[in-house]
Ligand binder design. Structure first.
Ligand code: SF4
Ligand code: SF4
Length: 274
């Protein structure tokens, strides 16, 4: 689901941050035909010296350029869907879920940003016997979260940093609400904690120990460590945004293994998800 109240600097899905359809541009596919320039009502596209430029500050996401481009060089990311459309799409794989023990996971972005929509999708999936999971940053009012959790079988709860200042620096929001909701969620629904491990941001031994001390007190099932990767970098360019983690390396296997062992020393079940 598109839309997120956090702005994690390392986000590998930047197209999921804004809660509306937008455009991604692929320079290598563009044949400079000029059709997009002709149809853009805002004059946001120009082709100068064989280079197509998009002035995003003038774009109102009318998507006329997407319709005009026959080369696939401007693509729409995100579309509006009704609850019924989403549930029908999910239900197409019902037999697969049944045979594999899987189900549906609402992810994003942040699904709780559209919590009423999320509830209706989750409720209808459960009614059809489909297992429901919620992948969340936990950044919402507890009243909303508690209501949504009534329709969730498993929560994948992301925690980025224990230090409030560092959390705000990396995500633009404070972590107090998130940590409070993590405690309440773990006491209510099956919960897995997910920790993106970002080189130079939250991978210090002190942060991992503080995190482990916090998590060890919760009735959660396991922790997944998610090593940072730069796979989203090109998406930033296609969205016309700058990428702050350009030269940040992924944690090595040895570094991740060390953090895993630190967490395990607190009697936490830890997996690594590359
Ligand atoms: S989506 Fe933006 S760039 Fe494309 S035609 Fe509309 S205003 Fe112009
Ligand atoms: S319509 Fe497509 S191929 Fe033509 S100039 Fe615009 S982006 Fe490039």
């Amino acid at each position: 689901m598109k839309g997120c109240p956090l702005h994690c600097q390392w986000c590998s899905n930047p197209e999921s941050i804004n809660a509306y359809p937008e455009i991604m541009a692929y320079d290598t596919k563009c044949v400079r035909c000029g059709r997009c320039e002709q149809v853009c009502p805002k004059g946001a596209i120009t082709i100068v010296e064989d280079v197509r430029k998009i002035d995003r500050s003038n774009c109102d996401f009318c998507l006329e350029c997407v319709k005009a481009c026959t080369s696939g060089a401007i693509e729409q990311v995100g579309k509006y869907m009704s609850v019924d459309e989403v549930v029908e799409e999910v239900a197409k794989d019902f037999l697969f879920y049944k045979n594999s023990g899987g189900g549906v996971t609402l992810s994003g972005g942040e699904p709780l940003l559209q919590w009423e929509f999320a509830i209706e999708v989750l409720r209808q999936c459960q009614e059809r016997g489909i297992h429901t999971a919620l992948d969340t940053s936990g950044y919402t009012n507890w009243e909303i979260m508690e209501h949504v959790l009534e329709y969730v079988d498993l929560v994948l709860f992301d925690i980025k940093h224990m230090n409030p200042g560092k959390h705000k620096e990396g995500t633009r929001v404070d972590n107090a609400l998130i940590l409070d909701n993590a405690v309440r969620t773990a006491g209510k629904v099956r919960t897995w904690i997910r920790v993106p491990v970002i080189t130079g941001y939250n991978d210090s031994e002190s942060n991992i120990r503080e995190l482990a001390e916090f998590i060890a007190k919760l009735p959660i099932e396991k922790v997944s460590l998610l090593p940072y990767h730069c796979w989203g970098e090109q998406k930033y360019q296609r969205l016309g945004r700058s990428y702050h983690f350009k030269n940040t390396p992924s944690p090595t296997d040895e570094e991740i293994q060390k953090l895993k062992e630190i967490m395990e020393s607190y009697k936490i079940d830890v997996t690594i998800s590359r």
